[in-house]
Design a protein around this ligand. Structure first.
Ligand SMILES: Nc1nc2c(ncn2[C@@H]2O[C@H](COP(=O)(O)OP(=O)(O)OP(=O)(O)O)[C@@H](O)[C@H]2O)c(=O)[nH]1
Ligand SMILES: [Mg+2]
Length: 469
């Protein structure tokens, strides 16, 4: 994205498409007072809601509604912002949007500045990107705007609001401030080599480093919780035909989503549903029973099951208690077990779950979890184990929303501090390396709030927003 593009005026319908009581057209740019006047037929008082008729070029009324003008810099984007609140109909809003573009085109000649950029439709996330570029929000806060809009559970929405308020950024900023102090100490010492070690000892450099590491660890743990609230967990229900996978999906979702029959091979296509467990979004996918299918459709279903398993965060490997001991059944389970992805098994992300507990009790040597999809017995424990697997801590107080990008940056900061500690232990010979690791750790933290960012990263972040935000 070129810098020049960032200053031209933009406009978009800010509300979701479809019918609504109110719909909003929003514009942002460097000089919008004239545009406001052209559309509303009068000058607007700053930050006052004014009831006006939105006028077409020929003076007829497109709609009546509220117009609010926020002169720069006291606006969402930091530029002039004009908000037109009309009735929330798709056509009305399109007319108003077209009128904004048309009115802006008429104004330009009067301003006498032929080079002035024309009003254009905003790209996704462009309003928020400008808010970031004009220092209204830092990058973590800007991301929280999208996360709040996309939140799929109440807990996710609350934690996104917390990040938007700056809770996450404040923690990162305070870690960064501690690193700045330590870097100044070390770099000052580098300039006076004869005194270096004494100086660092006197200033408690190692104590500061230890506290910085503990600080990053603490924020990292909370950011992981926040990322979990945002992204949730992808769980696949897998097992042989007829063990009760679809019944389990329905029981977890509390709705009849997947077809359940006594016929093995009922499920062909995958059926997914996002449920929430303690506010954590869990995307559960029911798949076709795994066996050597003969039927062409079922074959495709089984292939899809394996593809789902490959991309899962966790697999519930479901067994049928009533068929335990049957040699053909046991062979089927062994074949599945042998084919489960090694990293899932090694990471203990395969839960052995025995179904139909209402019909038969498990043998004492079964070390998995016994449930009944029919009666609901054991489902509470299954939910708890899934949360454990996800790494969710129930006592997560004041979680802020976070993204994989943030977790990654914190991990890198942590690794640089650890490398720095190793250099520091070598004494004055490695002081420069220590200083360099501190710098890298500091840069990694800066990526979170956007102190250090590339245009590519910004493009990737803001292009995923909805239009008008
Ligand atoms: N008594 C009892 N029956 C169950 C239980 N879970 C599932 N069933 C029955 O087992 C049969 C198969 O259930 P499904 O949920 O369709 O099994 P599935 O694993 O999805 O089967 P496929 O889609 O063919 O792979 C149905 O008749 C269910 O009613 C349970 O906990 N107890
Ligand atoms: Mg099924």
């Amino acid at each position: 994205m070129q810098l020049a593009r960032r200053h031209d005026p933009i406009v978009a319908i800010a509300t979701a498409s479809g019918r609504g009581a109110v719909g909003i057209v929003r514009a942002s740019g460097n000089a919008l007072a004239q545009l406001a006047e052209a559309i509303c037929g009068r000058a607007l008082v700053a930050r006052h809601a004014t009831h006006v008729a939105f006028r077409a070029a020929d003076g007829t009324t497109i709609d009546r509604g509220l117009a609010i003008f926020f002169p720069a810099p006291h606006s969402y984007t930091g530029e002039d912002v004009l908000e037109l609140q009309a009735h929330g109909g798709a056509v009305v809003l399109q007319l108003l949007l077209a009128r904004c573009l048309e009115a802006a085109a008429e104004i330009d000649p009067h301003t006498g500045d032929a080079r002035a950029p024309r009003l254009r439709i905003a790209a996704p996330g462009e309003f928020t990107e400008r808010a970031f570029l004009n220092d209204k929000l830092d990058l973590a806060q800007a991301e929280a705007v999208a996360d709040l809009i996309d939140a799929s559970t109440e807990a996710a929405a609350r934690s996104a609001a917390r990040s938007l308020d700056g809770a996450f950024s404040a923690e990162v900023d305070s870690l960064a401030a501690a690193l700045v102090e330590l870097r100044m100490l070390v770099e000052a010492t580098l300039d006076f080599p004869e005194e270096e070690i004494d100086f660092l000892t006197a200033a408690d450099a190692s104590g500061r480093l230890a506290r910085a590491q503990a600080g990053v660890d603490a924020v990292l743990a909370r950011a992981r919780q926040g990322a979990l609230l945002r992204d949730g967990m992808h769980v696949v229900l897998a097992g042989q035909p007829n063990v009760g996978k679809s019944s389990l999906l329905n029981a977890l979702a509390g709705a009849e989503l997947a077809i359940v029959t006594a016929t093995p091979g009922t499920t062909r296509d995958k059926v997914g549903q996002t449920i929430q467990i303690e506010g954590v979004p869990v995307h559960v996918v029911d798949t076709a029973g795994l066996r050597d299918a003969v039927d062409e459709v079922e074959k495709i279903g089984v292939a899809r099951s394996w593809a789902e398993i490959a991309g899962a965060d966790a697999v519930v490997f479901l067994h049928d208690l009533t068929r335990r001991g049957d040699p053909a059944y046991e062979r089927g389970d062994a074949a599945i077990a042998a084919r489960l992805p090694a990293e899932l098994v090694a990471g203990e992300r395969v839960l052995q779950v025995y179904n139909k507990l209402d019909l038969r009790r498990p043998a004492s040597h079964d070390d998995g979890l016994a449930i009944s999809a029919a009666t609901g017995e054991g489902l509470g424990e299954l939910r708890r184990r899934l949360l454990d697997l996800a790494g969710w801590q129930t006592a997560a107080e004041g979680v802020f929303i976070a993204r994989a990008r943030h977790v990654d940056a914190l991990q890198r900061a942590r690794a640089h501090l650890a490398a720095g500690e190793a250099h520091a232990a070598l004494g004055n010979r490695a002081l420069e390396l220590f200083a360099e690791e501190l710098r890298l750790a500091h840069d990694a933290l800066g990526e979170i709030t956007g102190a250090f960012t590339s245009d590519d990263l910004l493009g990737a972040i803001f292009s995923r927003f909805c239009i008008g935000k």
